[in-house]
Design a protein around this ligand. Sequence first.
Ligand code: NAI
Length: 370
Amino acid sequence: MLSTRFILRNSAASAFARRAYSTQVAKFNGQKNANGNYVVSFIEGDGIGIEISKSVKDIYAAAKIPIEWESCDVTPLLINGQTTIPKDAVESINKNLVALKGPLATPVGKGHKSLNLTLRKTFSLFANVRPAKSIVGYPTPYENVDTVLIRENTEGEYSGIEHTVVPGVVQSIKLITKEASDRVVKYAFEYARSINKPRVLVVHKATIMKLSDGLFVESAKEIAKQFPDVELDFEIIDNTSLKLVTDPSKYSNVVMVMPNLYGDIMSDLASGLIGGLGLTPSGNMGDKVSIFEAVHGSAPDIAGQNKANPTALLLSSVMMLQHMGLESHGERLHKAVLKTIASGKENRTGDLKGTATTSHFTEQVIKNLE
Ligand code: NAI
């Protein structure tokens, strides 16, 4: 096996890492404060969110990354039957233009819609960028996974339109609009161009959902005319699932874009290829505001036990730093995380078959900051 030192010092690997977590096309227009720092809204989240957020804060403080966190409470309010994000949190995020977010568990049985969906709608975060890249030093059946998918983030089955037709019969509506399809597909093309991937692959099931997925597909064909330098291809979701788990290398040169539910499922599948949910970051991108978060949820089964892997949130913050133009800080943090994971099972958390606690892992990342 190649030594960790070699891999971490290898500039091609660094460039690869930069590309893997880039969000490139969305612009960040934030300003530094009087202390020379950017202020970032921080939604610590529920369950393991508390532990992994502490890990991020401790590492950022040790690394002296020029960021001041502004804690945001997004405990939802029901106003006129609508799940609503508290005004202070909305103001904080709109002011800072960028947020880091731990996982949120939507309260069950209190009449709330998904809080994650509410956040995405409130800030018009229309594209969810989800890279899955093999972690050097943590071997999995496939060594060179390097996929990125863009999930439509505001509609589809997640529109929250469900009702009982008659007792025992319910209906859930999948809403697809041309407007939302156009903007996410356009983002995918711009993103592919910005990270030099030659092809956009639309993943769909228009063979069955002829109107809804059909609209998404038609939108892609139309938007593609603006990007003659990027190829466009289509694949049926079940076929993509089979091919992705059989040979992920086939997807290294494409940016996948897909409706909301497919993106949710396919990104977990891609996470599985690289070692699990504890490793997979994401960015929710809007025209103005962006919110970065791990793909995983609040993991109630291990919450409060000092067992959670903070890597996915840390890598989400690497995406955030790149988005904010703080690439060198992002790269330094990224290297320290990879070096820690590669340094042995005693420094890895249980989800990666290791024995480390969250706090031990955090200490090791701090030690490995170069
Ligand atoms: P989950 O992602 O929380 O957990 C699935 C499995 O992965 C569990 O066994 C968990 O222990 C493990 N896991 C997840 N993250 C881990 C980490 N960082 N380190 C070690 N192990 C980790 O999914 P689940 O159980 O379906 O959802 C729990 C709650 O999270 C639900 O309320 C759900 O709505 C919410 N959720 C929130 C998300 C968000 O805020 N973006 C995304 C997904 C779920």
